[in-house]
Design a protein around this ligand. Structure first.
Ligand SMILES: Nc1ncnc2c1ncn2[C@@H]1O[C@H](COP(=O)(O)OP(=O)(O)OP(=O)(O)O)[C@@H](O)[C@H]1O
Ligand SMILES: [Mg+2]
Length: 284
């Protein structure tokens, strides 16, 4: 009999115990659910913040490159306005007009980078690009930055080209020009006290190589390591720190590599390597 009493009490105790456990589990499930909701909210906020940061970097890069493109347009048009007799020289007039046209076209392409941001599947047009003529354009377009007519001979900036006809590369022509403009501008800043900028091109192991060297101030190891960071600049208010960050993004985005070697007081060499023709498949 005492046994029967015990067994009769057990199920109700067990039931109460089970109900308690179910309640605890339900509470835990509820708090786990709200933790997941919180986590999802935090994740959405992080994505939003990252996108905002990327948008900020991209628009600063575009504003930066847009200003770069306006420089040759202003300089060449001002030259034509102030020197009307240039029109007698058809060749020089054509060269100046071509420079204005190329820079304006590049500026148009830059604005297209905004569209690429919200529609990444719509990438800028990629064509087979011949590098040497682009280098010649860049040297011409950056003239207002390095040409110093009548300057003290010690402050003259010399620019040399050593073009070795590398194979064609698949790239967006405007973007490549802009990358090189940025690097030549940096080189010109580095040789502000006079010096030489040398732009070379050649082919190595199925890749097109472009090097831009200067005999300027050079970079410390710390600066060299940070120079591709967005907004990193040692030029104070004169720099935005977006030149190399943009160049890095563009070159890497088209399957290329960009590397910098530098020594304080001796100068800097920026090397860009892009696979030659035939590598189109790897970029789609
Ligand atoms: N050729 C160079 N010689 C020495 N330092 C350089 C050279 N190129 C880049 N740097 C260093 O790298 C930094 C970042 O370069 P980046 O082009 O990104 O920005 P910036 O030139 O400072 O500004 P911005 O391009 O907006 O005018 C420069 O501030 C400078 O310290
Ligand atoms: Mg720069």
């Amino acid at each position: 009999m005492p046994d029967r009493k015990k067994t009769a009490a057990d199920p109700s105790e067990e039931l109460t115990e089970l109900r308690k456990q179910v309640k605890t589990l339900r509470k835990r499930a509820e708090s786990a659910e709200s933790a997941v909701t919180e986590l999802r909210k935090a994740e959405r906020q992080t994505i939003q913040q990252e996108r905002l940061q990327a948008l900020g970097e991209m628009s600063s890069g575009i504003v930066h490159d847009f200003n770069n493109a306006i420089t040759p347009i202003m300089a060449a048009s001002e030259f034509l306005i102030d020197n009307a007799d240039t029109f007698e020289n058809k060749e020089q007039t054509m060269a100046l007009l071509k420079s204005i046209h190329t820079a304006a076209n590049d500026a148009r392409h830059m604005v297209g980078r905004v569209r690429e941001f919200y529609r990444p599947e719509e990438r800028a047009e990629v064509t087979e690009v011949d590098i040497d003529p682009i280098i010649k354009d860049v040297v011409m377009m950056t003239k207002p930055k390095w040409e110093r007519i009548g300057a003290d001979p010690g402050k003259v900036i010399k620019i040399d080209m050593d073009l070795g006809k590398p194979g064609k590369v698949w790239f967006n022509e405007s973007y490549l020009r802009q990358v090189l403009v940025n690097i030549v501008f940096n080189a010109a800043d580095a040789v502000d006290d006079g010096g030489t900028i040398t732009v070379r091109s050649f082919s190595r192991d199925g890749k097109a190589v472009i090097t831009i060297s200067d005999t300027g101030i050079g970079m410390s190891e710390d600066v060299r390591q940070r120079c591709f960071e967005p907004f990193f600049t040692t030029k104070g208010r004169k720099g935005t720190g977006m030149g190399l960050a943009t160049a890095y993004g563009v070159v890497r985005g088209y399957g290329g590599e960009i590397d910098i070697q530098s020594e304080v007081g001796k100068g800097t060499t920026v090397t860009i390597v892009v696979p030659e023709d035939g590598a189109k498949g790897s970029q789609s």
